[in-house]
Structures are given as structure tokens and as C-alpha cells.
Design a binder for this molecule. Structure first.
Ligand code: DHB
Ligand code: MG
Length: 240
């Protein structure tokens, strides 16, 4: 296979225009949730956090999946400014979210936005490195001190994604859904050569291949374009 030129897959005006068109068509009625989501992005930006939250329609997709699957106990790895956290919590009044981030600043920004959105009582924030946080959560689940999770959204450091899937597998219910963000990386994930020098591509290949080898998981990858770069999500179902 020839080497993929990342510049072929940078942000694209038409993809962004379609996201704008669809978003304004589907979400034209103002609601408190939409105001809170918009405010969360503003607060994240004003706080100097990176502009790498899920897109508006990807957020809507996560909430829709959580609702369609009738989920109740959500684990999010990678809080950032709480934008996806708010979407996940919005899926249904019974949804409880535990969200983990290594950066105290992220937790602080997200806590503010989640509180403004009215979800503070249904969101638990943990500030710690992913493996440390998930190991502790797993121990608490195994000790019966905490409910098993039924929906997991992994959107943190890409090198850690495979570890986060593995740790999640020890604390989910049978039939749980595990989604890993950003596994396509402008198509660069298909290039084994790129993985030698790009830790994010290496991490994405590692998690896809590990999921492929794991008999407890069935999965697919949905490639996505839109207002963000060409990327994609790994969507897994825990078979047992
Ligand atoms: C990156 C991380 C993300 O979570 C994302 O959605 C897009 C890009 C990154 O680190 O490059
Ligand atoms: Mg992401």
C-alpha cells in the first residue's frame, strides 16, 4: 500500500457544511440542554483546553446510543471539558456517569459545565491517570462497592486505549458497549509504517488488533467525517 498523505484528509469545508446543515436541521429548537452544551464548549475554549471534544453530532450519537441501549452506568475515560459527559448524562434521567481525566484542570472545567447543565448529581469526577483510576474502579466493582458499567466511552490518551478496554472488561455487564474514539486518525491507522513514529496511530492499531483477538468482544469501526477531521470510532459489544 502506498503511504497515506495526511494532508489529503485535513478538515474539509464540505464535511463541515454538512455537519452545520444537519445540526441546524435536527436541533433547531432551543433547549436548556443545547444551551448548556454550547456553554460547555465556550467554557472549555475560554479555559485554554484543546479543541478536541467530540463534534456536536458525535455527541448526539453517543447520547442516542446510550438511550437506545437503555444504559444506566456509564464510564467515560477522558473528561476534557465535559462536553461528551453532558451528552452522555443527557441520554436519560437514570443515567449515572463516572468520568476520569488525568488533568485536574480538565475536571475543574468539566465540573463547572456539568453543574451548569444540571447534571452534577449524576456525574462523578475522578482525577487520576487512566490505568490507576480504572484499576481502583475495577477493585471497587469486584468488591461489590460499585455497580458494573454497561456503557464505556474511551477518549483519552490514545496510547492507553487498549489498556482502558482491558480494564473495562473486568467491570462491565455482559452485553456492554465499549466505544473508543479516534481510531482512524485521518486514515493513517491503516499504515503500519506510520505507527513506528506516531504514538497515537500505534495506540489505535494496538486497540483494534487487541479487540480483534479478544473472543469476548465483537466490534466494528465506523469511519467518520464532519466538522472534525476524518477519523472514526471503534464500537465493541461484550459478548459474554
Ligand atoms: C485527538 C484526541 C481526541 O480525543 C480527538 O477527538 C481528536 C484528536 C488527538 O489527541 O489528536
Ligand atoms: Mg476524541
Amino acid at each position: 500500500m502506498s503511504t497515506i498523505n495526511a494532508l489529503d484528509h485535513e478538515k474539509n469545508a464540505r464535511w463541515a457544511a454538512v455537519d452545520d446543515y444537519v445540526w441546524t436541521s435536527l436541533y433547531s429548537t432551543p433547549t436548556p440542554l443545547l444551551s448548556s452544551l454550547s456553554a460547555a464548549l465556550d467554557h472549555q475554549h475560554a479555559s485554554g483546553l484543546p479543541d478536541i471534544a467530540v463534534s456536536r453530532l458525535q455527541g448526539a450519537f453517543l447520547a442516542q446510543q446510550t438511550a437506545l441501549q437503555n444504559r444506566k452506568h456509564v464510564l467515560e475515560v477522558g473528561t476534557l471539558g465535559g462536553y461528551s459527559t453532558i451528552w452522555l448524562a443527557s441520554a436519560a434521567p437514570k443515567v449515572q456517569v463516572v468520568t476520569v481525566d488525568i488533568e485536574a484542570k480538565h475536571t475543574e472545567v468539566a465540573r463547572h459545565s456539568v453543574t451548569q447543565a444540571g447534571f452534577a448529581e449524576r456525574v462523578e469526577f475522578i482525577t487520576a491517570p487512566g490505568v490507576e483510576a480504572l484499576s481502583k474502579l475495577r477493585d471497587e466493582v469486584k468488591a461489590g462497592k460499585r455497580e458494573r458499567f454497561d456503557f464505556v466511552f474511551i477518549d483519552a490518551d490514545k496510547a492507553g486505549s487498549a489498556d482502558y478496554v482491558n480494564l473495562s472488561l473486568d467491570m462491565v455487564v455482559p452485553g456492554a458497549c465499549i466505544i473508543v474514539d479516534n481510531v482512524v486518525r485521518r486514515g493513517r491507522t491503516a499504515d503500519a509504517e506510520v505507527a513506528k513514529t506516531d504514538v497515537n496511530v500505534a495506540g489505535s492499531r494496538k486497540v483494534i488488533e487487541a479487540v480483534g483477538r479478544n473472543p469476548r468482544l465483537e466490534a466494528s469501526v465506523l469511519q467518520t467525517v464532519g466538522e472534525k477531521n476524518y477519523d472514526g470510532m471503534l464500537i465493541c459489544r461484550v459478548v459474554d
